[in-house]
Ligand binder design. Structure first.
Ligand code: DAT
Ligand code: MG
Length: 152
């Protein structure tokens, strides 16, 4: 699979509902490494670029209004196969169809308030990380327990 990085964002509903710690801990417990983290209220321009593929969809305006309505917790997570795995942890776009055990399956009901975003592929991840973060905001680091997990 190989080491990857993905962009994950807790949307304004997740922040307003006090779910930041709950969501961060799911990625930590899974075993992924946090390499970037900040809280920002996105500008309209950032939101429109981020959701550019949905520009022609009827929900686009509402989506941009919502994502710019308050603080978003933006993150970059690193690990083996993290792009696809993060999408699995997050669950289906429609929270009522998301499996229990996933973030959306456990914590949301409304498609327009589905708590969290995760990049849908490697190329998207690269684009979104570059859009939301300066490279100086991302940290290369080695968890101190990493060697304990390697048999030698
Ligand atoms: P995902 O966030 O799972 O990648 P997406 O890229 O298809 O889903 O859509 C981006 C966001 O847009 C999604 O998280 C919530 C919103 N959205 C998607 N489809 C919608 C719809 N039919 N009505 C309202 N909001 C929608
Ligand atoms: Mg998407």
């Amino acid at each position: 699979m190989g080491v990857e990085r993905t962009f994950v964002a807790i949307k304004p509903d997740g922040v307003q509902r006090g779910l930041v710690g709950e969501i961060l801990s799911r990625f930590e417990r899974k075993g992924f490494k946090l390499v970037g983290l900040k809280e920002i209220i996105p500008t309209r321009q950032l939101a429109e670029e981020h959701y550019g593929v949905h520009r022609e969809r009827p929900f686009f305006e509402g989506l941009v209004n919502f994502i710019t309505s308050g603080p978003v917790v933006a993150m970059v997570w690193e690990g083996d196969g993290v792009v696809l795995s993060a999408r699995k942890l997050i669950g289906s776009t429609k929270p009522l169809e998301a499996e229990p055990g996933t973030i959306r399956g456990d914590l949301a009901v409304n498609i327009g308030r589905n708590v969290i975003h995760g990049s849908d592929g490697l190329e998207t991840a690269e684009f979104e990380i570059g859009l939301w973060f300066e490279s100086s905001e991302l940290n290369d680091w080695t968890p101190s327990d990493q060697s304990w997990r390697i048999e030698n």
